[in-house]
Design a protein around this ligand. Sequence first.
Ligand code: C5P
Ligand code: C5P
Ligand code: ZN
Length: 488
Amino acid sequence: MAVTKKQINALMKDASKAANLILKSIEKSDTIHVSSHTDADGLASAGIIGKSLARLGGTFHLRIAKWVEEKVVDQIAAEKPPLTIFTDSGGGYLDLLSEKLSTNKVIILDHHQTSSETPPAFIHVNPHFHGIDGSRDISGAGVAYFVAKALDKTNVDLAHLAVVGALGDMQDKYHDKSGHRKLGGANDSIVEDAVNTGYLKVETDLMFFGRETRPIHQALARTTNPFLPGISGEEDKSLAFLANLGIKPKQGDKWRALRDLSEEEKKNLFSAIADYLVSKGFAGDAALNLIGNVYTLAREEPWTPLRDAREFTVMLNATGRMDKAGLGVAICMGDRGKCLQEAITVIKEYRRTITKYLSWLTEKPERLEELESIYVVRGDSVIDEKVISPVSSILSTTLSKLGKPIIAYSLISGENMVKVSARAVEPLIKKGLNLGEILNVAADKHSGRGGGHDIAAGAQIPIKNVEPFIKLVDKLVKKQLKGIQLEG
Ligand code: C5P
Ligand code: C5P
Ligand code: ZN
């Protein structure tokens, strides 16, 4: 649904309230605590707020959490910071925050669905309060950007980071007139700001990573949305695929990038991928997902993983998931040099890890277990809990052929708990599926915590409750898809 100017202004008004409180806190020389989420959107949000505070001469302390839970909130309650800002998190856990932090000064900048009332003393900026859909219209980084803009107009030069956040949350679910994928909703105004500052360039093309800068086989192999089984993550096979089509990887001794291909070659490549996907059981239009807006960060050096905004999100996810979140935030705030070198090493390790688990999954088809209304991936102790979210996200890009949501889980080491990561696809959402609501209800009933967005949600629950939890999720999905409302 289109987002109106009026809705954006209402969100901006809330952002201004948050900005005023932040300015007061800086005037008092408070050390502000910023708590964010470990994924790409969370790190981009922290980068935007961190940079804005630093520009105002403010000091801050940054905490990156995998999820909001008692442990994290207890720590904040014990430290009692003069002001805590939650970015890309907090909105789904208002009961917990109000129970433990009701006497603290708290600002929540989030886009998750909420499940209870915001305590009157908190400032909570959230698109859902204004009928704006937080799962596709604006990300956590977008909300943080609105606040940054309210703090100081010069922060418009951070808009491209909010574009990165939205792409990290896979919000490119809108389509242009030709059916090509793009960001939309409130993200439109952020893209516009980023283009006006000269930091962002938007073009329509095949959405391979690094269309200007990477050898075509590398760009193809690095693309995971949609996941191309047998090509994604496998440069050799990607090179062979191109060779089969007679597409030369080099011009003289120079590698060719996607932009060097003729229109004819691009057309051939596109239809070959479309045929390939159909041969793997995908719907006829699955390849259409490969064409859309390509977001290039025009001021980043070519050949770095920062030039293509979608690739930037992989860098952030890699640092966040491999326990180097500070590195990702530092890069958002402008560090390059050594930081970037280190990030490149982390990305390699991250890609290796993800590819390993995806290969493990595809080795035996039964590892994607089919129940009546869902698919289940039992990562148990095989898949590292730190990457169960990106594994689940990548798998979900192949779900259009399966028509059921996916529920993946892994053990959280040393905690007797599992981490659950659930993903769906647009057609199921249109039928009324809301995974955030389902995981919230099912986790609550099984001594855990869950929530998120309609299309992507998560939970943590005790290991001993996994079976009844999965059964209940299967039942609730069936119910929702039949149009029946859940009881809380
Ligand atoms: O906490 P946050 O809102 O940033 O996280 C949303 C998560 O859900 C992201 O990791 C994003 O990649 C994932 N997602 C997904 N598929 C979608 C939408 C979001 O995997 N269609
Ligand atoms: O962890 P994962 O990437 O699967 O989470 C998907 C979405 O659900 C994210 O937006 C995350 O913040 C949210 N989530 C949540 N509560 C949890 C776990 C995840 O709101 N317990
Ligand atoms: Zn987010």
